[in-house]
Design a protein. Structure first.
Length: 188
């Protein structure tokens, strides 16, 4: 009975020769499988790098990772109409992909109701099929002018945004025009 119980607990390897062959094949067979897979993957007819068009292959290998774009900071700011014509009219002139048409008061009404800031945010960050315009060919102020141009054509009464330097220069002029007693009355 003890021999029978002992046989029930042993594995398939019964002799030292079986152990030797099992150990040999457990290392050799995977090595041959890997060699076969490497041969299979590398045997395909593949043209050498640059064999078809060496100049194009070289250009692709050494292409730039990023770009730097220099702009003239002193260039005059574009008007809203000029920015609309250059950037926005491609979609807003014809109403492509749900863009409200230029001058269509019914389409612009709900958008105008959200206010200038919401319209500017949509223009700068993008909305729906319209991509973000911020950081593009025009400054945020110029995009704002285009938003005012389109919204005013649709029935809004937004004032065109001015450059910060112009607003800063206007403040001292307004202060000089104000009566001298006005600031004293504000301080109590």
């Amino acid at each position: 009975m003890s021999d029978h119980a002992h046989d029930a607990h042993t594995g398939p390897i019964k002799t030292p020769a079986q152990l030797l062959w099992t150990s040999f094949f457990s290392f050799v067979v995977p090595v041959f499988i890997i060699i076969g897979l490497v041969f299979y993957v590398t045997r395909g007819e593949k043209p050498a790098a640059g064999a078809v068009d060496p100049e194009m292959a070289t250009a692709m290998r050494i292409q730039k990772v990023g770009t730097v774009e220099l702009r003239d900071a002193n260039r005059p700011l574009q008007t809203g109409e000029a920015v609309y014509t250059a950037q926005c009219s491609a979609c807003h002139a014809a109403g492509v992909v749900g863009a409200p048409k230029f001058g269509d008061a019914a389409a612009w009404g709900p958008r105008i109701g959200q206010g200038y800031d919401a319209l500017l945010t949509s223009a700068l960050k993008g909305k729906g099929a319209m991509g973000a315009q911020g950081g593009g060919a025009f400054s945020d102020l110029e995009i704002g002018r285009a938003v005012v141009h389109m919204a005013n054509a649709g029935g809004a009464k937004f004032a065109e945004p001015q450059a910060p330097a112009a607003a800063g220069a206007a403040a001292p002029a307004e202060a000089a025009a104000a009566p001298a007693s006005a600031p004293a009355a504000a301080v109590k």
